[in-house]
Structure formats: C-alpha cells, structure tokens
Design a protein around this ligand. Structure first.
Ligand SMILES: *[C@@H]1O[C@H](CO)[C@@H](O)[C@H](O)[C@H]1NC(C)=O
Length: 530
C-alpha cells in the first residue's frame, strides 16, 4: 500500500484537510515565485559585436540574437542592422551609416582575378569596419563605463577587432561564423588545415582535390593568411592601440575564444575534424514557411509539372549576367516542362509570364517549402543551401564567390544536388544538371537526407543558445584543444623528424667516414712507399 493513503484518514479525522490544501497551494505559490527569481537571476548580460555589413551573414545571426533575447537575456548588439521592433531587452548600437553595402555589381564569373578581388575587399572592409566601430561614441561609452557583460558573442570573419573590445570588457567570447571557416580560423582553434581533404573556402575540389587543386589551395591558403596577419590584423592592432594601450596581440586573444558556432552540419559538409569547442549549428536560422502571396501561389498551382526556383542571393545579381549566360538559362528553361521562378533585379527581362515568374524580391523559404517546388538553382551560399536541405529541395549549384565553391562541392558530394561551374554554363550543361536533380530517385534521396538533417538531439538554435550560456556560466575554464597551443614546428613534428632523419643517416655517415678514412690512410701509406 502506498504510504500517503495510510495518512489520509488521519487528516480527515483531525479535520485538517482544508488547512493542508491551503498550505499546499501556498507552497506551490512560493515555489513559483522562487522559480521566477531563479530564472531572472540567470538572465545574462550579452553583447553582440557584428561590425561587418554583409546582410546575408546577419540574416543568420539575427535569429540567434533574437532567440537570446526571447530567453530573457539582456542583449546589446553592435551592428549595421538595428531592429525595428526590438523588445525592451534588445538594445542596438547602430553602425548603419558607417559603411557602404557590398558592391551591387558583383560580376557573375569566377577566375583567379575575382578571387583576388574578393581578398582585397575582405581585407579593406576588415580594416575600415574596425576604425568605424571604435570611433562610434556609444561603443566608446560602453567600454569607458566598464559595462559588465557575462558573455560577448561576435562574428568571426574578416577582422578580429571585436576581440579587443571583448578584452577591454573582460568578458568570455563565443565566436560565430555564417559559413565555413576562413583560412585564418584553423590555426587558432587547433584544427588541421590539410589541403588533401579539407575543402578551401574559395576554390573547387571539395574533399577530393586533384594534385593541381592541392597545390592551388596551398598557395592560396598561404596568400590569404599572410595578407590577413600582415595587413588586416596588424592594422586592427594599430587602430585598437589608438584607443587602448594594453591590448594583447589579436591572435593571442583569438585563441581564448571559448566556443565557435559554425554553420556546418555533417549531413551537408561531411564529417570534419573539429575539437569539442567548435559546435555545428548549421540551419538554425531557417524559419517556418508562411503562406505565399496570392499571385505566386496561383502561378505555382498552375504548373502541371512543378516549378524550379532560381536565385543567386542578395549579393550577386542575376541581372548582371552576360547575354550568353542569360540565353543559356532561358534556353534550358524552354526545353523543360516545368515552370520557373527567377529572382531578377531589374525590369529588363522579357519572358512568357505563363512560364516564368520574375520578381526583384521573393519569399525564398516559402517557395522552397512548397511541395510543387522541385529544384533550386543557386549560387550555393550557405544560407540558401541550408534552407533547401531543410525543405528537401535538390539543388543545381553554380558557385560565384566566397565559400560558394566549397559549398557547391559539399552539395554534390553529399548527394543534395549537382554543381555546374559558371565557366561551363551552357544550355546543354544546365539542362543535363536539371534533368539529373529532377529524377525521382535523386529527389527521394534528398528527402532522406533532409529527414536526417532534422534529427538532432537538440535543435541547432537550442544548441547555439546552450553553449553561449555555458560559456557565460563557466568562463573560468578553457575548452580549446592542446593543438592550438603547440608551436607550429611541433604541430608538424619538424624537430622529431629531423632527429629521426639524423639517426637514420648515422650508419651512412659512419660508413662514409670509415671508408674514406681507410682510403686516405691507404693512400697515405702508398705515397710513403713511393
Ligand atoms: C542591459 O544592457 C545595457 C547595455 O546595453 C546596460 O546598460 C543595462 O544595465 C543592462 N541591463 C541589465 C538589467 O543588466
């Protein structure tokens, strides 16, 4: 018999039942109040530092920062994108007027020249954004008033300037990346960058590069990192030194980052070698699909064979394509029974309205979520790519810049789509690519991948919040791998191999000495005899 039942008659006999119930209600009430206090006392003071003006990056971070505010934390965000209807616990420090948006006319082509152009752009903005941020009055006040923050979350991209601010505020740092790692991120986290199997941000080849591609990515890796350390990081240090005289080298601060949240997931990028403090949170920004605008819904519904969606994202404009490229796409369209939706940024495209729906802005997630959307032709940006996986839409990936070549390789390797290099964009090639991803079997496999993508022990957004709170609560510890602290010559075991080589050479040396000496002695004797 359960013990509480034996007590019941006692209560009834002594007439205390009513009193017990009141007491129990009171206890519950106290519990709720206490619980409330505990939850509020756990509210953290969080500073977000996002000095880069790329909208495609902030679209991702915004979801994370808003979620931190939703959880009751006090969130202050330095960025180019102030919130319009921010809640009370979300405060903006706007840099919006301090930088021009990314060039509108990114050419739809890829060559060594465009990669170098990109590198130049990354270096320049990394320098300028640091100067603009430190010159901002509100940022200066934050530092001067020694505002206490429990954790600083900041973008790891083309500058480490924000690490200087986090250092001044004495707060632990959580880094976040809206794409795959930049070449200078590997070393600070102790992650091996091995060109034999680690895809390089800006180049083709994925995880199975040819010898040519391995030489290519090794050279580019050295070039990118040298410029970053010697120009961007050095300039950032000089800029910081104008305001503060006690900031350690930025590369030293970079190694103090507690966690790095990356837009990866192994279902897309394959298993990568990451230490425990690099956390995969890919896809957390993808929102629930909403109802499409009426005319778009009608257009999609009217398609007997489904629709194909084309967009090259917020930076690359379809309308800046060459005439040949446009004709290749229109030519492939004409050969397929599907209807098309194309994000096109000017009023110049003349097309059959029954076959092709054109708009300057399109609700991408809602289109991808539509069951009649059969394929997505894109530039393979990480944002759109994860949205397509989320909704199980096969991709034709035509990378243009940044991490897109590496993403496109991942898309093909994982079976989520096929890649088509922009230099190989012809009507025939595009048609073949579309036919491949429209195949029902291919689609079925993408569906399976999408299902696996969604199954995680903790949702990616919860994961991002969890480790951010963890870093704030346990800031006394470091979670970096020992690999990040080992000097480079030890990391590649240069000293060990040198000694082993010498030991291996010992017999050779010994033989050489013996033989020559003997010969000399013999020679000397011979000379004496003569
Ligand atoms: C929230 O952050 C701001 C800094 O932006 C700070 O001034 C304020 O005191 C913080 N509020 C709480 C409740 O910690």
């Amino acid at each position: 018999m359960p013990p509480h039942r034996s007590h019941l008659p006692v209560f009834i006999r002594s007439g205390q039942l009513a009193a017990t119930i009141t007491r129990s209600i009171k206890m519950k009430f106290t519990f709720f109040i206490l619980f409330g206090i505990i939850t509020t006392s756990q509210a953290l003071n969080i500073l977000g530092i996002f000095p880069y003006q790329g909208k495609s990056h902030f679209i991702v971070f915004k979801v994370y920062l808003q979620e931190l505010a939703n959880r009751g934390h006090n969130v202050t965000v330095i960025s180019h994108f102030p919130e319009k209807d921010a809640p009370n616990n979300y405060k903006d420090i706007s840099l919006a007027k301090s930088a021009s948006p990314i060039e509108d006319s990114v050419p739809v082509e890829r060559s060594y020249l465009t990669i170098l152009g990109m590198l130049y752009y990354l270096t320049d903005t990394g320098i300028e954004n640091c100067e603009a941020m430190l010159a901002n009055q509100e940022v200066q006040r934050l530092i001067k008033e020694k505002t206490k923050f429990d954790v600083v979350v900041l973008e790891q991209f083309n500058s480490d300037c924000a690490l200087g601010i986090a250092y001044k505020l004495g707060a632990p740092v959580v880094g976040t990346v809206a794409h795959i790692l930049m070449p200078w991120h590997y070393q600070r986290l102790g992650i091996p960058y091995n060109p034999a199997y680690v895809p390089f941000h800006f180049l083709e080849g994925g995880t199975k590069p040819s010898l040519y591609q391995r030489v290519e990515r090794t050279l580019f890796d050295i070039g990118f990192r040298s410029l970053y350390y010697l120009r961007t990081q050095r300039s950032n240090e000089i800029t910081l030194a104008k305001y503060f005289d006690d900031i350690p080298p930025l590369e030293t601060l970079a190694r103090e980052i507690k966690f790095l949240l990356v837009s990866h997931n192994f279902m897309l990028t394959g298993s990568r070698l990451f230490p425990a403090n690099v956390i995969e949170v890919g896809g957390y920004h993808v929102s629930k699909a909403k109802q499409l605008p009426a005319d778009l819904e009608k257009f999609i519904q009217s398609s007997e064979h489904g629709v194909i969606y084309i967009s090259f994202g917020s930076v690359v404009k379809s309308s800046s394509m060459s005439e040949t490229q446009i004709q290749a796409i229109l030519g492939a369209m004409a050969k397929l029974p599907q209807k098309f939706i194309w994000k096109w940024e000017s009023d110049t495209l003349v097309a059959d309205k029954n076959k092709l729906y054109v708009a300057k802005w399109l609700p991408q997630v809602d289109i991808l979520a539509h069951r009649k959307t059969l394929a997505f032709m894109s530039h393979a940006g990480m944002g759109g790519t994860t949205e397509a996986i989320h909704y199980g839409v096969p991709m034709v990936a035509m990378p243009i810049m940044g991490d897109q070549p590496a993403n496109a390789a991942s898309i093909e390797e994982s079976g989520l789509g096929v890649q088509l290099q922009v230099t190989e964009l012809t009507k025939e090639n595009l048609l073949a690519a579309f036919k491949k991803v429209l195949d029902p079997e291919f689609r079925e496999n993408v569906n399976r991948l999408s299902k696996a993508w969604h199954e995680r022990p903790l949702s990616p957004l919860d994961t991002a919040v969890f480790w951010t709170e963890f870093a704030a609560k346990h800031s006394k510890f470091t979670f970096r791998t020992a690999a990040a602290d080992v000097p480079f010559y030890q990391y590649i075991n240069l000293d060990v191999y040198t000694i082993l080589t010498l030991i291996a050479m010992l017999p050779v040396i010994a033989v050489w000495i013996l033989c020559c000496r003997t010969k000399k002695v013999v020679d000397a004797k011979n000379i004496k005899k003569n």
